[in-house]
Design a protein around this ligand. Structure first.
Ligand SMILES: Cc1cc2nc3c(=O)[nH]c(=O)nc-3n(C[C@H](O)[C@H](O)[C@H](O)COP(=O)(O)OP(=O)(O)OC[C@H]3O[C@@H](n4cnc5c(N)ncnc54)[C@H](O)[C@@H]3O)c2cc1C
Length: 280
């Protein structure tokens, strides 16, 4: 029999994980797949801590122009929140199916750390950070430093991801595209998030963020290229082609059952081109 814990509060959960090498179970939508044996039974052997209903992990609020989302807020709860901006909802509502969105959490999507996770291009582009808590201390890490390779991240066994910190910038041009076999209930072949703040008086680019999912071992986002675009202020055909060439060397997809590498690269770069042209 696997030991199971259903802590009511965060302190209690942190106490348990500080003492036992355990498995955190939020919505379970990734865990149920990963731990299914060939007979269909669940094959979990570690003490399991159910964290989905801990109130501190479900809070969603805005403070100082920053959106805080509790790690165990479900995708449905994020979609139904009155304070979550539309562009955030547009991203999460492409995930899975209504039944899965009802239990799947944002924290689980991040901690599963798949390069195809739908929330990640948005979180990278927004330069979000994560609050990792353990008994007696906490640390804040940038999302880009959290995920190290497919399925791997830097969270320690006695830590819980408690909050996602998403800065709310004044982006007035936003494009999110998840390219999949269907609009939802399909994992992404690739995804693209472009966000820019363009001055409405003179059309100059004041800020820009570009990220790509499922085209490299981790999400592709490059601050140097973004800064270069900002320094141009305005784009033309030649500058756009220079930028596309720079991203072409960072986009190194693989071929798998969902798509092939040539298609992924071509479409990712076309989405980039289309977004950059929309800023001209
Ligand atoms: C049919 C189906 C369709 C899907 N479609 C999509 C899709 O379209 N897009 C997409 O991105 N994903 C999809 N997924 C994957 C999955 O639903 C998401 O990744 C989901 O957000 C995971 O959240 P969860 O709460 O269920 O995580 P869980 O399965 O509970 O946990 C996932 C991992 O994160 C760890 N974890 C969870 N919460 C925490 C925390 N707070 N602190 C530390 N570690 C934690 C767990 O220990 C585990 O290792 C799909 C899954 C299924 C089964």
């Amino acid at each position: 029999m696997v030991e199971t814990y259903i802590p009511k509060f965060l302190d209690e959960a942190l106490e348990i994980v500080s003492k036992r090498d355990s498995l955190l179970f939020a919505g379970g939508s990734d865990l149920m797949i990963k731990n299914k044996s060939w007979t269909g039974d669940l094959n979990i052997t570690k003490p399991t801590v159910f964290i989905a209903d801990i109130p501190e992990l479900k809070e969603i609020f805005i403070e100082d122009n920053t959106l805080y989302i509790g790690a165990c807020a479900t995708i449905d709860e994020i979609m139904e929140s009155d304070i979550v901006p539309r562009y955030v909802k547009d991203v999460v509502e492409t995930m899975a199916s209504p039944a899965i969105r009802n239990t799947a959490t944002l924290g689980g999507n991040i901690c599963n750390s798949s390069p195809v996770a739908d929330s990640l291009p948005l979180l990278y582009a927004s330069e979000s950070s994560l609050v990792l808590e353990k008994k007696g201390s906490s640390r804040i890490v940038d999302i880009a430093d959290f995920i190290t390779s497919p399925g791997r991240n830097i969270i320690e066994g006695d830590e819980i991801l408690t909050k996602i910190i998403l800065p709310l910038n004044n982006f007035n041009k936003i494009l999110f595209k998840k390219v999949g076999t269907r609009n939802s209930i399909a994992l992404a072949k690739l995804s693209f998030m472009g966000m820019a703040d363009v001055d409405e008086n003179n059309n100059e680019i004041k800020d820009i963020r570009l990220s790509f999912g499922a085209v490299a071992p981790t999400i592709v986002k490059n601050k140097h290229i973004e800064q270069e675009i900002i320094s141009y202020k305005k784009l033309d055909e030649e500058k756009i082609s220079t930028i596309i060439n720079k991203y072409a060397s960072l986009i190194v997809p693989i071929t798998d059952q969902r798509s092939d590498k040539e298609y992924r690269k071509e479409v990712a770069l076309r989405l980039l081109e289309s977004f950059l042209k929309s800023l001209c």
